[in-house]
Design a protein around this ligand. Structure first.
Ligand SMILES: Cc1cc2nc3c(=O)[nH]c(=O)nc-3n(C[C@H](O)[C@H](O)[C@H](O)COP(=O)(O)OP(=O)(O)OC[C@H]3O[C@@H](n4cnc5c(N)ncnc54)[C@H](O)[C@@H]3O)c2cc1C
Length: 435
């Protein structure tokens, strides 16, 4: 899959020079003074952490070869541009699965490490870095560092969740897990309000490997924080499995007004009532369960040419109920959110990265079309609420948090700076270090 060299939210816009890497033995190109590089996977980060405006991107999508697989342990070594989709296409039909997967499979191994991505299994499996045994880090001075919890452990901790700034990851070794097959037993349950969501989360964390909830961000009053809770486990079903065909493509940019408070409210109400009974159970292939959005290629064009922002926070459990209530009340009152709103609990497994996002608590992620003057002030207020509650925002989804907030949310940033490759930089990093 050839990337577009913008971010998934298509906000902010950026101009780049793009250099391609082809082979593991390639060296990092030397640039002139004042020039910088940033590795680029498949651009599935929403904001500006995968952008390097006015500078150079180092495209990794051709570093896409598998190197070694050990069937006795599930240990896989592959080049950093191999995508999770490439891995699943081979592994899933043979009874192997990713230890952690985000909500899209079009993510490279390098990108998954650099953002220490998390998924529906965070309460049992932690984040991606928890399952990485080692990787090679190529620095601009030509050094190749083998990084693992034992070898160069400081570079390992800086690079997992290190936003691509510590050098180029050339290959990654991770552990896949054994599963009975490509099917998932899923239950979907309606919930009304945060108390029901939290009770369902507590119960499901004990019984299900995968949990996530869609929350209706347009609803108010007695319907505030209603949604559909989805939980799943790998199924023992032996039904024949057919590889899904690629889905349709969003052919054009939709006009900006297509997503408005009326259409979002209507969609959300229909979606909430789509299941006529409060509880529904079925067995589905892993694709629609983990990657419902991948079914429509280029779905980001639904937000129009101006693009959109995603905002994702995590708030510690002790403050989660009141904080989420306040955040959801403000968002529904603003009428600005779209229908893609996800809420889930995160578990206690500590991440390995200095700048990793995951933390125990409740995480909420939402999309906002980037066209309302009111949006930025409102998001600034939400950031403040998160900060007061002791939470943090996710850089992989961010295009606008202030430097003050970033430094508060990620207290190890000073320690991290020591490991930044002098030839590397990003739009995100320049923004949060200067403001
Ligand atoms: C529909 C959708 C759902 C998502 N769901 C989730 C989710 O549930 N959980 C979650 O955590 N994230 C989620 N994401 C975000 C996505 O998983 C991350 O942004 C991921 O890091 C993108 O990987 P990428 O290969 O596209 O990398 P890019 O977006 O291109 O780059 C991401 C970062 O990785 C760095 N990088 C890339 N390759 C290398 C390399 N070889 N060496 C060093 N650094 C490198 C880049 O410099 C950049 O800082 C979602 C995104 C989408 C579009």
């Amino acid at each position: 899959m050839r990337p577009s060299f913008q971010s998934w939210g298509r906000y902010p816009k950026a101009e780049h020079q793009v250099l391609q890497l082809e082979w593991l033995t390639d060296r990092i190109p030397q640039l002139g003074e004042g020039q910088s590089l940033l590795p680029y996977g498949l651009g599935r980060s929403y904001g500006d952490s995968c952008l390097n405006d006015g500078q150079t991107l180092l495209a990794t999508w051709r570093l896409n070869r598998f190197i070694e697989f050990e069937a006795a342990t599930g240990r896989l070594r592959a080049e950093a541009g191999v995508s999770l989709a490439d891995i699943l296409a081979i592994a899933a039909p043979r009874g192997w699965f990713l230890p952690v997967t985000p909500g899209t499979k079009h993510v490279t191994l390098g990108g998954a490490v650099a953002n220490d991505v998390h998924g529906k299994s965070h309460h049992v499996s932690g984040s991606f870095g928890n399952h990485v045994d080692r990787f090679e880090l190529l620095r601009s001075d030509g050094r190749r560092l083998l990084c693992s919890p034992e070898e160069n452990p400081d570079y390992f901790a800086a690079t997992v969740g290190g936003l691509g700034l510590t050098g180029l990851i050339t290959w990654v070794e991770l552990r896949l897990k054994r599963v009975p097959g490509p099917w998932i037993d899923v239950e979907e349950l309606q919930f009304r309000g945060l108390d029901e969501f939290l009770a369902l989360s507590r119960e499901s964390e004990q019984t299900h490997e995968y949990i996530v909830a869609w929350v209706d961000c347009a609803s108010k009053g007695k319907n505030l924080a209603r949604g559909i809770f989805s939980r799943g486990n790998h199924s023992l079903s032996k039904a024949p499995w057919v590889r899904p065909k690629p889905g349709p493509r969003m052919p054009v940019d939709l006009p900006g007004f297509a997503l408005n408070p009326l259409s979002v409210g209507l969609f959300n109400s229909l979606y909430f009532h789509k299941q006529f009974s409060p509880r529904k159970a079925r067995t589905v292939s892993y694709e629609p369960f983990f990657y419902p959005l991948d079914a429509i290629e280029d779905w980001n064009r639904a937000y129009g040419k101006q693009g959109f922002l995603q905002w994702q926070c995590v708030v510690p459990f002790e403050n989660a109920r009141e904080t989420m209530k306040e955040i959801l009340t403000r968002i529904s009152a603003s009428g600005l959110a779209s229908f893609l709103s996800v809420m889930k609990t995160m578990g206690a497994m500590p991440p390995v990265g200095m700048l990793s996002f995951p933390a125990p608590g409740v995480t909420l992620a939402l999309d906002f079309p980037a066209r309302h003057a009111r949006l930025f002030p409102m998001l600034g207020e939400l950031d403040e609420i998160v900060a007061e509650a002791g939470g943090r925002l996710y850089p992989a989804k961010d295009a606008r948090m202030s430097g003050r907030h970033f430094r508060l949310f990620y207290p190890r940033h000073e320690e991290f700076k020591k490991y930044i490759d002098p030839a590397f930089s990003s739009s995100f990093w320049r923004r949060v270090m200067s403001a």
